[in-house]
Design a protein around this ligand. Structure first.
Ligand code: MTE
Ligand code: MO
Length: 223
C-alpha cells in the first residue's frame, strides 16, 4: 500500500509521544470525558455511555510526524462526528460558530484541531484496537484517532474536549518544530514553520531506533 510522502513502515506499533518519559496514566475506575468551552453548560460523558453510541470500525495506517507508519490497524469506537452532533451541538450557545477543538489527555497532553478536520469521516474516538480493548500504551481508556493527520493530533487517554469559537492560545507557537495546524499527512504538513521535506533527513536518522523499539513493541503483547 502506498504511504504518504516521507513515511516509512515499521513492524508493529510503538508506544510513542511527547510524554514518553512518563509511564501511561492509570485508567480511572469510572472514566469520563468532560466537554466544555463555548457551551451553554459543560457536560460530563461517561466512557461507558460513549460506548453505547452507534459504533464505527476504522481500518487505517497511523503516521507519526517523526516519519514512521504503523500499517493495517483496526480501530473500533464511535465516529467523532456522531459524538459531536449528538452530545456537543445541542449544548452550543445560540450564536456560537465553532472553529476549533482541543482534545486533552489524562497525562496533560493537548492537541488543537480545526473543526472541519475533526468532523472528517475517518475520525473516531476509539476504545478498541485490533479486536481488543485499547491498552495503556495506545491510549486507554479512549483516544482520538485521526489517520489523515500526523499522530500528534490523536490525543491518547482522552478526558476532555473543549469547543472554541476562535483558535485557542498555543504555548508552542514560537517553537521551530511547532506542529502544523492542519497536520494533513498527504500534504506533508509536518510543522508550522518548516516545510515537511526539509525535516525528512533529520527524522530519517530516528527511524532505525524507532523500528527497533517497535519490533519489541506491545502489539504482539511482548512488553
Ligand atoms: N495523551 C497523549 N496523547 C498523545 C501523545 C502523548 O504524548 N500523550 N503523543 C502523540 C504522538 S506525537 C503520537 S505519534 C501518538 C502515538 O500514539 P501511540 O503511542 O499509540 O503510537 O500519540 C499522540 N497522542
Ligand atoms: Mo508523533
Amino acid at each position: 500500500m502506498k504511504l504518504p510522502p516521507g513515511q516509512r513502515a515499521v513492524d508493529g506499533f510503538p508506544r510513542f509521544g511527547t510524554h514518553l518519559h512518563h509511564p501511561p496514566p492509570p485508567v480511572p475506575a469510572d472514566p469520563v470525558i468532560e466537554i466544555g468551552g463555548a457551551l451553554t453548560e459543560g457536560v460530563t460523558l461517561s466512557v461507558a455511555d460513549l460506548a453505547k453510541l452507534p459504533r464505527q470500525e476504522l481500518a487505517a495506517d497511523f503516521h507519526c510526524v517523526a516519519g514512521w507508519t504503523a500499517t493495517g490497524l483496526l480501530w473500533e469506537g464511535v465516529a467523532f462526528e456522531t459524538l459531536y452532533r449528538t452530545q456537543v451541538e445541542p449544548l452550543l450557545e445560540p450564536d456560537a460558530s465553532i472553529s476549533h477543538l482541543v482534545f486533552e489527555g489524562l497525562d496533560g497532553y493537548r492537541s488543537t484541531v480545526v473543526l472541519e478536520d475533526a468532523l472528517a469521516e475517518d475520525v473516531v474516538i476509539a476504545d478498541r484496537l485490533d479486536g481488543r480493548p485499547l491498552d495503556s500504551d495506545h491510549g486507554a481508556p479512549v483516544r482520538l484517532v485521526s489517520p489523515g493527520q500526523y499522530g500528534y493530533i490523536s490525543t491518547k487517554h482522552l478526558c476532555r474536549i473543549e469547543v472554541h469559537a476562535s483558535r485557542p492560545p498555543d504555548p508552542d507557537r514560537w517553537s521551530p518544530i511547532a506542529g502544523h495546524r492542519r497536520a494533513r499527512v498527504w500534504q506533508e504538513e509536518r510543522h508550522r514553520h518548516l516545510p515537511g521535506r526539509a525535516v525528512r533527513p533529520f527524522y530519517r536518522t530516528l527511524i532505525g531506533p524507532i523500528r527497533r523499539l517497535s519490533a519489541r513493541g506491545s502489539r504482539t503483547g511482548q512488553g
